[in-house]
Design a protein around this ligand. Structure first.
Ligand SMILES: [Zn+2]
Length: 239
């Protein structure tokens, strides 16, 4: 029987979850791009769907409208907040205004030297406005990142990440650890999903079950992940 790749519960129905949320694909994603789906229970779908939507708005409003890899994302995120030329009824307008007010409370002025993603996302090219930063929930970011990586591993290696292996997610400042970027330059296994997403996967020479991931979203947000055993992570932290 199939299992949910997120919570491992047996699946009664053939429910699926999009590895990259459907609404996150840029407008100009070619129609022939495979929009990966993986077995996932309804509970996980619903729980993750709410988190993804929340994160989409925050990350989306930090993407420049001219960002080549994110065509239409900025516009769509603003529309979620009721900004734009929208044909929606009063009730929906109210919902979106409430969301807008909630998000505005999480906006802080951008300051020079502020660490970018993951703690905050920045929009530095708001026209005629000062740069802003938006606080990002670390838990939401981790939940969505892990979900994406579990999905990638399932599609690429046909594997559910389970004991004794586990997944760790990182958001390193690439400027500070160049060796990570160099490491991924050598990785040959790359999957593209149109301009919006790029997935790189490398595995250990010693243990093919140990894998490293780099996922780039909209050319801007980068998620790094490692799949390994407790021993593997202990060795890594000793370096
Ligand atoms: Zn589940």
């Amino acid at each position: 029987m199939k299992k949910c790749i997120h919570c491992f519960r047996p699946l009664k129905d053939k429910t699926k979850d999009h590895v990259f949320p459907r609404s996150w694909y840029p407008d100009d994603t070619p129609v022939n791009v495979q929009r990966w789906t993986v077995p996932s229970c309804l509970d996980c779908n619903n729980r993750l769907g709410v988190i993804e939507e929340n994160l989409f708005v925050k990350l989306g409003i930090c993407v420049g409208p001219s960002q080549a890899e994110a065509s239409g994302i900025s516009k769509r995120a603003l529309e979620r907040l009721g900004i734009g030329d929208l044909k929606i009824d009063e009730r929906e307008k109210g919902h979106r205004a409430a969301l807008r007010n909630k998000i505005i409370k999480e906006v802080i002025p951008y300051e020079e030297g502020m660490e970018p993603f993951p703690g905050t996302a920045h929009n530095l090219d708001l026209q005629g406005d000062r740069p802003i930063a938006i606080l990002i929930s670390q838990k939401d970011l981790l939940d969505v990142s892990k979900k994406v990586l579990r999905g990638c591993e399932f599609k690429i290696s046909h594997r559910i990440i389970d004991y004794p292996y586990r997944l760790e997610v990182y958001f390193p400042n690439e400027k500070k650890i160049e060796f990570v970027s160099e490491l991924f330059q050598k990785v040959s296994q790359v999957t593209y999903f149109g301009p919006g997403f790029e997935v790189k996967r490398g595995e250990s020479d010693k243990d093919e079950m140990v894998a490293l991931y780099k996922v780039t979203i909209w050319g801007q947000f980068k998620i790094y992940g490692a799949i390994g055993t407790e021993d593997y992570f202990n060795q890594m932290s000793a370096i």
